[in-house]
Design a binder for this molecule. Sequence first.
Ligand SMILES: [Zn+2]
Length: 403
Amino acid sequence: MFSLKLFLKLLLLTTNILLVFSDKSVSRRRPKTILILADGIRYDYLNDANLTGFGRMAQNGVRAKYVQPIFPANSYPNWYTIVTGLYGESHGMVQNYMYDPKEKDLFLMSPHPNASHPHWWNGAEPVWINAEKHGLKTGVYWWDGCQVKIRGKEPTHCLGYQSYWTWANPNEDTTNALFEILDNFEADDWHFGLVYYEAIDAMGHAFGSESKERVEAVQEFDKILTTLQDEIEKRNLQNEVNIVVVSDHGMIEIDENKNTRMINIETIVNVDDVEVMLDRGTTAFIIPKANKEAKVSFTHGHHGYDPYDVKEMRTIMYARGPGFKKNYTSGPLMMTDHYNYLCYILGIDPKPNNGTWNNVKDFTSDSGAKVAHLISFSNNSSLRLEIPIALILFSIVILGLKR
Ligand SMILES: [Zn+2]
């Protein structure tokens, strides 16, 4: 016998889908996202009223009180957390310098070629690969890892990492990269652009977190943000393009005469028991010789730089665009939290991750982000009206047959 219930259900579904696609508020173009990673911005660097680019971002969007990095508060571990939502133990980038005894391979930071060996990156799938797998073309500028085929895929466009110290015009090139991304957004070709920016971290290391060089570097970056927002408005893309600005860690002033606790590692570990030791400063990567594991184990020596202890390690997050509320300050975020809202505003399914949706759900705008999901549904199936029409026909056929 014909099930009236089934028929009504199908009719309801059909009507819902029709309503969604006839809704005037749904833009026909899928929202796009620019993600900028500005290295080494401490959470309190931006308490400066003259930073009008950041001020405009906050007024028209969302800012977090601060962002808590993962341990260790170093670049590579946190870069990979931003784009995967995972802790280092899960994504595998546990330090800036690493040794993998299974692969017998040293990880040394780009531009060293070892940084491009895929096994370092295959422990997780960064959001640019997830986006490409969902059919979203992605352009990546200077963000390390984009040159690597990760889990069988690469982004549509990648300009590999370039060291700040050998770079003639980083600010000009960054602005041009952002404009190139906007060109591709306007053409409805790319949907995701990622840009890495190193100057603030470089100045913080070279001259100290409180130096005028570091302050000027933040001002230069703020100008880039102003130019980007001007350009988006000039092209009338403000309701279509999200801008997200994140950073990986803060910075603490080192004064060797005052507050630095120096630990001589040889007083804790017998160097004869050590197979490999990499890096120095806040943390060192140590592999004990076989059978010496019990002797080489200690848990101190990095407390001063643990992001859970030292608030100077905290960093920032600013975002604006159709996926975000306006003039909204969110509570503190964890570095693992970026990934979920990035996937949400891109309209793609997140992979399993360590982020907490509750930490970010309040600052995403329902309308903007849902549009991405609806359009993702219609784009991925290449069907707009075909689905409801097919459902109506299907219902009629069933109705006819059962009579
Ligand atoms: Zn960094």
